[in-house]
Design a protein around this ligand. Structure first.
Ligand code: IVH
Length: 704
């Protein structure tokens, strides 16, 4: 490399105390090195066609590294040296997705697929029935944000609405372009969505390495990838060969690039930009071709380099995608066509009875570990007493295990020809295995339930639920630590968590000052970030999941209001029936629950955070607690309109019914308009909707 001018200056003793800028040669060399290394990265990790050896790559890399260390200004935002990873990530920042990251509905047969197509045909009669199909990857969804062609942020899926910022980690994934390739005419803003996976061969090597080091063996590639993506140090990243495969977009501002009109065109564009895409993707021009594609992918399942559990079919026309939109859970324009369940035989070693957070006793089969569809299964649900009896499953039997998609593996039944004479029928316990208390079974229920309000197992499960993703989502504190905290008597209820001090935590084995501080910080952060939705969901009220919690939070201003609501008020809300209403009433009439809520309130969880993130209560808000539905094309994406409505405290309805308060119509509304008129539902246009938002203190153009 050329000697720089200022090196000469130093040699001659003329150096100043001010750091000197890099010479022209050094700047050029750094630029060349960055571009060259990125090219080799792409050749190696995306095209699988390296031109130079690893050693040659390392030499170039080290040269760039040392230049950047001397002149930090030379480090460009796409420098390959950024791929080495940050240190240990302690807690991840959260950010809202600009468009929700939905899950997919499933179909399991040709018949269900045809029904899906029929629904699509009814919803969008003019849309052609061509589909982009690719394998359904079993990994973790990730969103990459590019501004003017540069990677600026990476967000995990999170709960679909809010994800965790994992930009540094994403940069370490070699198949993630740090800047887009191509002609330089990039979309001004582009969100690329895809899946982080580990290939089967890399996974086998990873587990072999883990075993050799006496370290944890991963059950499946997905788990190994999940751990690596969310929290890691540089050494961990290096040892987990993550790959990113792109399959769709979030928000995009195409200009100055030309927009794409079809999904297949989009996939080609993603290739040009330097992304890898799921292997074997293809445009199917008829629904029948999709069914054939699904069948052939099932037959070739083992040949795919990564675990797949089905295929995904997406309406090819992007305009039709937009107009079909989403249900509360999933797009109407795409569906996962899942492979049929995989079955295996193994030995039933024993039956364990677990007590869940609502006191239900669930029998769990303890199995001789067996690989079922790429996942090692050692436990499987037996559902309840009646199922064990009707399937005639006995300890000592060889049993058939089934695993379908993401669902918990289950025991289908015994292989009678292999039943040993000593196989024993299971007698279901009549007392709670955790507290010895009485168990009851309601006449129309299948489950036995422990009725002891202070059963230690129920208490433990409720606290675990409280901190879990379905609850307040307190980072880094899982089942293991909660079990210890409860066992040692330090924590008896969720509120106790917020009173723990670093000193109290440090008494535990393997809990140093740093971890203890992380824990207390995580509790504080959870307190600060708690919303009414999360809190309702965290309470673990029977039948109240995330969706119902959202509805309730949209209608009530705080927990006290919810606690006082009678069954009549509750059933008037969308998706809440008499059973859910009774469960909510039951929860709030239990003095122990009321005392716990009072404690949470005293701890500060009841202040600002227990109200929805909607405007102050004294503003007149015509949308609060109202059920709204959109139809036709709006000037803003429908999902954004839904977000706006929800931030004003309204709930999104799925269909036109008597409980609907407002139907908001855009251009070319469908059949919903006629139905709404028939039922006398108030119909407003987009302008009026924006005016209502303004009354609620929300300005449409300012919202993310
Ligand atoms: S497309 C709006 N394509 O499966 C359509 N998703 O179970 C967006 N997934 O949340 C998804 N492989 O994370 C698409 N080839 C593929 C996929 C895929 C896996 C994930 C995705 C989604 C989940 C739903």
């Amino acid at each position: 490399m050329a000697t720089s001018l200022h090196d000469k200056d130093k040699e001659q003793g003329q150096g100043t105390l001010l750091p000197l800028p890099p010479s022209v040669e050094e700047r050029r060399r750094a630029e060349w090195l960055a571009a060259e290394l990125e090219r080799h990265n792409y050749l190696y990790h995306t095209l699988d066609a390296p031109e130079i050896s690893d050693d040659q790559y390392d030499i170039l890399f080290k040269e760039l590294m040392s230049l950047e260390q001397r002149f930090p200004d030379l480090r460009s935002p796409w420098s390959p040296t950024l791929r080495v990873g940050a240190g240990l990530l302690e807690s991840l920042e959260k950010k809202a997705h600009s468009r929700q990251m939905y899950g997919l509905d499933n179909v399991f047969s040709g018949e269900e697929w045809r029904e899906f197509v029929e629904r699509m045909r009814r919803a969008a009669p003019d849309a052609p029935l061509a589909f982009w199909c690719d394998p359904k990857l079993d990994g973790l969804a990730l969103e990459l944000v590019y501004e003017k062609g540069l990677l600026t942020m990476a967000l995990t899926r999170g709960d679909g609405r809010i994800g965790e910022v994992v930009t540094d980690t994403a940069r370490t994934i070699r198949s993630v372009p740090l800047r887009l390739r191509g002609d330089g005419l990039f979309p001004a803003y582009l969100e690329v969505r895809g899946e982080v996976v580990i290939f089967k061969k890399d996974f086998a090597a990873l587990n072999a390495r883990q075993a050799a080091l006496g370290q944890k063996i991963f059950a499946n590639p997905r788990n190994a990838a999940a751990g690596a993506l969310r929290r890691l140090d540089a050494a961990v990243i290096k040892s987990r060969p993550l790959r990113f495969l792109a399959y769709s977009l979030g928000s995009v501002t195409w200009a100055p690039a030309l927009p794409c009109a079809f999904h297949h065109e989009l996939m080609e564009r993603l290739l040009v930009y330097g992304f890898s895409i799921p292997p074997g993707g293809r445009l199917c021009r008829t629904p029948h071709e999709v069914a054939q594609y699904a069948e052939s992918a099932r037959e070739r399942r083992q040949d795919f380099p990564m675990e797949i559990d089905g295929i995904v079919a997406k309406q090819d026309n992007l305009e039709a995608q937009e107009s079909l939109g989403f249900t509360a859970r999933a797009p109407r324009f795409a569906v996962a066509f899942k492979f049929p369940a995989v079955r295996m035989e193994t030995l039933l070693i024993g039956i364990d009875v677990q007590v869940g957070r609502t006191g239900v006793l669930t029998p769990v089969a303890i199995l001789q570990p067996v690989a079922v569809g790429g996942v090692v299964v050692s436990r499987a649900t037996l559902h309840n007493e009646d199922e064990i009896r009707s399937r005639d499953v006995r300890v000592g039997d060889t049993v058939i295990i089934q695993r379908a998609g993401d669902v918990i593996p289950e025991v289908l039944g015994p292989v009678l020809s292999k039943r040993p004479p000593e196989a024993q029928e299971f007698s279901f316990p009549r007392v709670c295995p955790a507290c010895g208390g009485e168990v009851q079974r309601e006449p129309n229920e299948t489950a036995w339930r422990c009725g002891n309000l202070s059963c230690p197992a129920v208490r433990l499960e409720r606290i675990i639920h409280f901190v879990s993703k379905a609850g307040l989502d307190i980072q880094g504190i899982g089942r293991k630590w909660i079990t210890q905290l409860v066992k040692t008597g330090k924590v008896r209820s969720p509120a106790d968590l917020f009173t723990l001090t670093t000193d109290a935590l440090k008494c535990f084995e393997r809990m140093g000052q740093k971890l203890a501080e992380n824990f207390t910080r995580a509790f504080e952060a959870a307190k600060a970030n708690a919303t009414l939705t999360k809190l309702i969901s965290a309470l673990g009220i029977r039948h109240v999941g995330a969706q119902t919690a959202r509805t309730l939070a949209g209608h009530f201003s705080n927990l006290d209001e919810l606690g006082m609501a009678d069954a009549e008020t509750l059933v008037a809300l969308p998706d809440i029936g008499p059973e859910v209403a009774a469960s909510i009433r039951g929860f709030f009439s239990n003095p122990a629950n009321l005392a716990e809520i009072a404690r949470l309130r005293d701890l500060g969880l009841a202040s600002r955070n227990l109200t929805v993130q909607s405007p102050a209560d004294d503003t007149p808000n015509p949308l609060r607690g109202k059920n709204v539905l959109f139809t036709g094309t709006l000037s803003i994406p429908r999902i954004r309109a839904q977000h706006l409505a929800e931030s004003a405290g309204a709930a999104s309805a799925n269909s036109v019914g008597k409980k609907l308060d407002y139907l908001i119509v855009g251009e070319s509304p469908g059949g919903k308009l006629a139905k709404a008129r028939e039922l006398g539902v108030t119909v407003i246009d987009e302008k009026e909707f924006i005016a209502l938002l303004a009354l609620a203190g929300i300005r449409a153009e300012e919202q993310p």
